[in-house]
Design a protein around this ligand. Structure first.
Ligand SMILES: Cc1cc2nc3c(=O)[nH]c(=O)nc-3n(C[C@H](O)[C@H](O)[C@H](O)COP(=O)(O)OP(=O)(O)OC[C@H]3O[C@@H](n4cnc5c(N)ncnc54)[C@H](O)[C@@H]3O)c2cc1C
Length: 375
């Protein structure tokens, strides 16, 4: 038994870059392969909360993320007309840093990729694994560029449709939850300091809509809508379809919806979730981030869970031999990530079945308090 000294990360997204930084900081040799040669991300926003900023700060990039985004006061629930019905102000976890932050996805990507480059962590773009063999004390990997390598541990950070997961857990697959999200960036009203969520719409589409500041100039709108049968839409109709789902809202949303005009800038994503049972590892291969527990966006916690996984895995691997580290990692991560995943899915269920719904504000508040606890 020995500690991991040479680790391969599959996937250069939020989890992969975060765990690469965390391992490098602990003195572990790490390399990343990312299948997307252009290493690109969606242009829309990402909403994060205090536990995300705390975890990023543990990696040394919390302040950079805050500087790249727009801190705001917290989440507000509004009725369809735009009147505030509940406020959940954020509760900062790091002295001097805010709790709730909106930032564009490219801005977050830039923060993480800059750090990885600054640290000199090798990243091969346009490359994935072709196959891997667990040798008992490590993993032998062949890559799509014809090269091969041997590692003490391979970390699957390849997202919701993980190829690593498909090899080791072929029975696991993300399932459609019945809802989809429509997203679009629009100008931010100068006085907007909250993320607002409008509930209770009756415009022929069942769901909710909201927005979140991203920069001093920009915010993004999200509409979470029941979409029976997981429909596909012709690309040129996406802006019209999104505006239909935003019809009838008052307040700031009414004005924001008017800016949804370019179908090429609409990001429409059916929601598919997959929460893996404990353990997320087999032998010398472990999954983290969406590959292990993809949730719906109802709690805005996907990125935070990915970065928390990364911080905890790096800590445990630095301290213990590989088998003990993976078990300790699961003990610290499983219940927390499962709670976020199942609660997110629960919130979506309540939106689709309001007749049996509980109190979404109370559940959101309870989870926020839970996530403020140390990991
Ligand atoms: C449009 C959108 C909006 C979102 N908004 C929010 C939000 O507001 N707040 C929030 O917390 N979360 C949000 N999420 C979820 C959040 O982005 C994810 O939870 C988070 O990115 C998970 O990180 P990850 O590294 O596990 O996966 P990803 O960030 O998806 O990264 C996976 C990486 O692996 C690469 N990859 C895939 N397959 C392979 C392979 N075979 N070999 C090598 N590389 C591979 C991909 O190209 C990608 O770079 C959103 C997601 C989407 C799609």
């Amino acid at each position: 038994m020995s500690k991991a000294q040479n680790v391969l990360v599959i996937g250069g997204g939020v989890a992969g870059l975060a765990v690469a930084i965390g391992l490098h900081n602990k003195g572990v040799k790490v390399e990343v392969v990312e299948k997307d040669a252009s290493w690109s991300v969606y242009h829309v926003g990402i909403i994060v909360q205090a536990n995300f900023i705390r975890a990023l700060e543990q990696l040394g990039v919390g302040k950079a993320a805050v500087a790249a985004g727009y801190p705001y006061k917290g989440a507000r629930f509004k009725n369809v007309a735009g009147q505030v019905i509940a406020e959940l102000p954020g509760d900062s976890q790091v002295d001097g840093l805010p709790s709730d932050l909106g930032l564009t996805r490219p801005a977050l990507h830039e923060v993480l990729t800059s750090k990885v480059k600054q640290l000199g962590i090798p990243v091969r773009l346009g490359v994935s694994f072709d196959s891997f063999t667990d040798t008992g004390s490590g993993v032998d990997v062949t890559f799509s560029d014809g090269t091969s390598g041997s590692y003490d541990l391979m970390i699957g950070c390849d997202g919701n449709y993980s190829a690593v997961r498909k090899v080791l857990w072929p029975e696991a697959a993300p399932k459609y939850t019945g809802q989809a999200v429509w997203r679009y960036n629009v100008p931010r009203p100068a006085d907007l300091e909250w993320s607002d969520i409008y509930v209770g719409i009756d415009n022929g589409f069942k769901g909710k809509a909201g927005y979140c500041p991203l920069t001093p100039e920009e915010m993004y709108i999200f509409a979470v809508i029941e979409e029976p049968g997981k429909p596909r839409f012709a690309p040129e109709t996406l802006a019209d379809e999104m505006r239909k789902r935003l019809a009838g809202y008052g307040g700031t949303m009414a004005e924001a919806a008017r800016h949804v005009t370019d179908p090429a800038l609409v990001v429409y994503r059916p929601l598919e979730a997959c929460i893996m049972p404990d353990p997320w590892y087999k032998g010398r291969v472990v999954l983290i981030g969406d590959a292990a527990h993809s949730a719906t966006p109802h709690l805005g916690q996907g990125a935070a869970m990915a970065v928390e996984d990364a911080v905890v895995l790096a800590e445990e691997l630095a301290d213990k031999d590989v088998d003990a580290a993976l078990r300790a990692f699961m003990d610290r991560r499983f219940e927390r990530a499962k709670l976020v995943g199942t609660s997110s899915i629960q919130l979506g269920e309540w939106e689709m079945h309001p007749e049996t719904a509980g109190d979404p504000v109370a559940l959101t508040q309870r989870i926020r308090e839970k996530l403020a606890e140390p990991v």
